[in-house]
Design a protein around this ligand. Structure first.
Ligand code: GDP
Length: 175
């Protein structure tokens, strides 16, 4: 018998170049590219994940983070059940931007949206780059705003699947 399928519309938000498309590429194709072409507008991809006797179908909207497209964002997150708000652990400005996105989602998205705060490019710190966003600072934001929180590397794949599994566990499944 086929397991029940729950579709989850998920959007990605965050400053340009923090690694949103790379996180999706890692999750969907288990792949990584050093010189990815920037996303223009939005890209749509799906990925199925088996969770026990359920299947979750992630319908992923990867929006461009550039400010000139910010006005389009509400169109993407309006009906979303889940959002990844991504920043770069080596770029403080991207964390400030992430705070703005969290605020905007809480004000304007569905009230039961599941949000994961994702600090990406963890591998750069492991390779010797200076960390510019303290883990504790991000954990505090996550606690205050009721977010899931992960630090990831799309490059190595570290913790990427866990983000999506974590979201899947928080969303009520069809029975
Ligand atoms: P987006 O604009 O947020 O979608 O960012 P991209 O996915 O296009 O990534 C921007 C750049 O950062 C690209 O050159 C990627 O190869 C690089 N990148 C993305 N994720 C990581 C990561 O986890 N580690 C490292 N070292 N580079 C990354």
């Amino acid at each position: 018998m086929n397991s029940p399928v729950t579709s989850i519309k998920l959007v990605l938000l965050g400053e340009a170049a923090v690694g949103k498309s790379s996180i999706v590429l890692r999750f969907v194709s288990n792949d990584f590219s050093e010189n990815k072409e920037p996303t223009i507008g939005a890209a749509f991809l799906t990925q199925r994940v088996n969770m026990g006797d359920h299947t979750i179908k992630f319908e992923i909207w990867d929006t461009a983070g550039q400010e000139r497209f910010a006005s389009l964002a509400p169109m993407y997150y309006r009906n979303a059940q889940a959002a990844l708000v991504v920043y770069d652990v080596t770029k403080p400005q991207s964390f400030i931007k992430a705070r703005h996105w969290v605020k905007e989602l809480h004000e304007q998205a569905s009230k039961d949206i599941v949000i994961a705060l994702v600090g990406n490019k963890l591998d750069m710190i492991e390779a010797g780059a200076e960390r510019k966003v303290a883990r504790e600072e991000a954990e505090n934001l996550a606690q205050e705003e009721n977010l899931l929180f992960f630090e990831t590397s799309a490059k190595t794949g570290d913790n990427v699947n866990e983000v999506f599994l974590g979201i899947g566990q928080k969303i009520p499944l069809k029975t």
